[in-house]
Design a protein. Structure first.
Length: 331
């Protein structure tokens, strides 16, 4: 039977209350899983990661997808937890590759304990994630295993693309694997676990992928429009995101070469020089229409995500999925 307290709150038709209670539920599930792994030598490091609070978007999408096709929260709690654990693993590996020392204002695992330990913690979280899917059947296990492969491949593509001239198609394929694949797995597996029809499963899978693409492009866009006087990590290491790619493609051949040289020298610049470069770059992105282009791209994926839900019957949970997509829209 579904958890009565959770279902009562979720049935009130209050979107903000739903999100808050859903986050609390995921946080409780994360806390409850800790005693089960207390005998691991990596326990302290894993606990450090799992105690970090986040948006919990992916596990919330698992629950909403299940509910939108007539399912309940209680049966998919462990599946939602699995998705969140795999997400945590990808963040650790991403921090290692980017050599980041902070995430959400806290030291990263690699900064606190070193790269060796960080790799092992990421691997352990991925293993725990897959272990939680064991009772959900072959289809979900296969989707989660394939998603692990796609996430790894996307990370590899991200690093490899930093050595190439920026191309939009390469970028989109990278974020489809590196980011959108986990959103897709969340919605697809949530629907499967709730015994949805084939049309509903396909619709929710498409919703998750389009949501993930919109989410990642918006996130990349925020990197170059943030107010802080700091160079974004993607630019610092020249892993070109969509605003940069669109700007690059708007330049003539000579200007492109000059821009690549300027980007490559950013890492060695002083803080003041980086701030000046970033301010100039932001203005250039706006003047060339690159920011507007990316905003339009986000909005198109939001539209596609919402349209993909047509086979799903109307309900408060479908409405919440649409609200989540609409929250990504840019003006």
């Amino acid at each position: 039977m579904p958890n009565e307290q959770v279902e009562v709150v979720f049935d009130k038709g209050d979107y903000a209350a739903y999100l808050e209670e859903a986050r609390r539920l995921v946080d409780r599930e994360l806390s409850d899983c800790l005693p089960k792994i207390a005998d691991l030598a990596l326990f302290e490091r894993i606990r450090y990661v799992l105690q970090t609070r986040g948006k919990r978007l992916r596990p919330i999408l698992v629950m909403l997808s299940a509910q939108s096709v007539g399912g309940y929260v209680e049966p998919v709690k462990k599946l939602a937890l699995s998705i969140e654990l795999l997400h945590a693993a990808t963040l650790i590996h991403d921090d290692i590759l980017d050599q980041d020392v902070f995430r959400r204002n806290a030291p990263t695992v690699n900064a606190k304990w070193g790269v060796r330990d960080a790799v092992l913690v990421g691997d352990a979280l991925a293993s725990l994630s897959l272990n939680l899917t064991a009772d959900y059947g072959k289809a979900i296990i296969e989707i989660m295993s394939q998603t692990c492969l796609l996430l790894s491949d996307g990370e590899y593509m991200d690093v490899e693309n930093s050595h190439k001239r920026p191309v939009e198609s390469d970028y989109l394929e990278t974020i489809k694997r590196k980011s959108a694949s986990l959103f897709k797995a969340a919605t697809q597996c949530g629907a499967i676990a709730a015994k949805a029809s084939c049309d509903e499963i396909a619709a929710l899978a498409q919703f998750g992928e389009n949501f993930g693409l919109a989410y990642q492009i918006k996130d990349d866009l925020s990197d170059v429009t943030a107010l802080e006087n700091a160079i974004p990590q993607d630019i610092n290491q020249f892993r070109a995101n969509l605003p940069i790619i669109h700007f690059y493609e708007s330049l003539n051949p000579d200007a492109r070469e000059a821009f690549l040289e300027a980007i490559s020298s950013v890492k060695a610049q002083s803080h003041a020089e980086k701030a000046t470069f970033l301010d100039t770059l932001r203005k250039s992105l706006e003047n060339t229409g690159s920011l507007r282009y990316c905003a339009d791209k986000v909005n198109q994926y939001v539209d596609d995500a919402i349209s993909s839900l047509e086979p799903v019957k109307e309900s408060v949970y479908k409405a919440y999925l649409i609200k989540m997509a609409e929250s990504l829209r840019l003006t």
